[in-house]
Design a protein around this ligand. Sequence first.
Ligand SMILES: C[S@@+](CC[C@H](N)C(=O)[O-])C[C@H]1O[C@@H](n2cnc3c(N)ncnc32)[C@H](O)[C@@H]1O
Length: 273
Amino acid sequence: MSSVPSRESVRRYYDSVTTRKLRDFVDGNARVERAWETIRSRAPLEPQRTLEIGCGVGQLSWQMRRHWPHSEVTALDISPRSIELARSLFGPERIEFVTGRLEEVDLAPTFDLITMVDVYEHIAQPDRAPLHAALGRLMSPTSRLVLTFPTPRFLRWLREHDPANIQPIDEAIEIQTIEALARDTRTSILLYAEQSVWHNGDYAHAVLGREPDLGHVPRKEPQSRRAMVARSLGDAGRVVASRILPWQRNDPRAQRLTLLRERLGYTYDDIAR
Ligand SMILES: C[S@@+](CC[C@H](N)C(=O)[O-])C[C@H]1O[C@@H](n2cnc3c(N)ncnc32)[C@H](O)[C@@H]1O
């Protein structure tokens, strides 16, 4: 059995990949956008308190803050460099960024929405029990926990075909693992659905909560023009969309680049490599 990498080496790894995360923020990342669709449609209506675990440079917290302007957003990550960048970029939006592991920081009392977007598979197995206990304490009867992670077969495919993209801890998350998480947090699995982001069935989304998911009608939001063009034209469309859309006045990419320049002093060249 392979040994668990040290916490310090895991932190160093995530500190070293922040430039890629900034690029994802500016250029968009289909995996994160798909996660956002599930978060937005499965969140409790108007969550008052939101927690993002494994926030990286804070992009999703920023999106949640803008989507639910009245929600208090707290975001946590073990990577000090990620949190430093997140604070500089999005701190002015009144998001609280915290460095550390959930089970070791003092957050209270409960959150209406907790998200873990591509984080749970990076938790070492011995760390799951304390994490589950902390999650259980932070959930109220109406909270929702949203998780996204690669499917075990996509992880197998990555190990074989793209091992450079395997992270220091990258566990296969089987449905039984999510069932154990639900048991430990005294929740039910309200959603478990495979997604096809880049490959057929490469990701899974799970939503856990203590109430049956009744009475919640997913809201239909206007799609961004980029998403509509990309969807209508398929793969070729993504290329076309990425060329056309920067010329538009309200292009979110241009806004994101401006934020990067104003708050970090970076240009696109600084993150393009
Ligand atoms: C694959 S990245 C995902 C980042 C972001 N959620 C996204 O989807 O782009 C995993 C993130 O989880 C963080 N992470 C890993 N283990 C963690 C833990 N035990 N607690 C909190 N964050 C953790 C890493 O530092 C990294 O930022």
